[in-house]
Ligand binder design. Structure first.
Ligand code: SAH
Length: 234
């Protein structure tokens, strides 16, 4: 922060420029702290995941009144009774998806678009479905303003998946159904991973691997996601 202040102190418009650079620095610094204390120190190791989260401006995905809280260790409201997940959970799920640069990924529950952006930093293509039209529109706007060209968002019921682009190398689900949706298993590629919170009041993240001979699933950490809705809402 101070080096920018020095650099611009002789500029006639110095005050304004200092202000905007100070704002950029503040979020950059907060993001680094978040990656160190909330992710690395808790065991997130995948370099691609850490690099992606170090890059995505999480403060751009929340309301301007919540920007200062964007890097805190908690979920945040994004309107319509929905939340953007805690940074650690986004990192955990992305790491569990074992995503690589050639992958095609499906996300269910676009919400703010933040998780989609993190996926978009790592994968080749990202398809994301959101059931609340206003959230889908807003997320699409945020993602295009930030320059993500490999992410497509559609309004719809994610329970059904997005069959036109299947199969997916990974499916990340960020709303909790009571059991794993069959259409999503069908749309997962062989050797693909699905990361999905399952349950009603007690939910756990399941990591499912599809093989030639069926699926293997592992129950991992307890979580609390919004329920996956089943009806299309206008
Ligand atoms: N991944 C989001 C946060 C997810 S919150 C982010 O990074 O901000 C869960 C989202 O899932 C909510 O926006 C909710 O509207 C959506 N959702 C719930 N049921 C759904 C369904 N059946 N299909 C698609 N989206 C759904």
């Amino acid at each position: 922060m101070s080096s920018y202040a020095l650099e611009f102190s002789s500029n006639p418009h110095g005050l304004e420029i200092n202000k905007s650079y100070a704002a950029i620095d503040k979020f950059d610094w907060k993001r680094r702290q978040m990656v160190k204390y909330q992710l690395r120190n808790r065991g997130i190791k995948d370099k691609r995941v850490l690099a992606a989260i170090s890059k995505v401006p999480r403060h751009e995905f929340v309301d301007s009144s919540l920007r200062d809280l964007a890097y805190s260790d908690s979920p945040l409201p994004i309107g319509h009774n929905q939340t953007i997940s805690q940074p650690y959970i986004v990192a955990y799920m992305t790491e569990a998806g074992e995503i690589s640069p050639s992958d095609k990924v499906l996300e269910i529950g676009t919400g703010s678009g933040y998780q989609a952006a993190v996926l978009g930093e790592i994968a080749k293509e990202v398809y994301s479905i959101e059931i609340i039209p206003q959230l889908a529109i807003k997320a699409r706007r945020t993602l295009s303003r930030l320059g993500y060209q490999n992410i497509q968002v559609k309004t719809g019921d994610g329970y059904q998946g997005w069959v036109e682009n299947a199969p997916y190398d990974a499916i990340i689900v960020t709303a909790a159904p009571e059991s794993i949706p069959k259409p999503l298993i069908e749309q997962l590629a062989i050797n693909g991973k699905m990361v999905i919170p399952v349950g009603k009041s007690n939910q756990e993240i399941f990591v499912l691997t599809k093989t030639q001979n069926g699926t293997l699933s592992e129950k991992t950490i307890p979580v609390r996601f919004v329920p996956m809705r089943r009806k299309f809402l206008q």
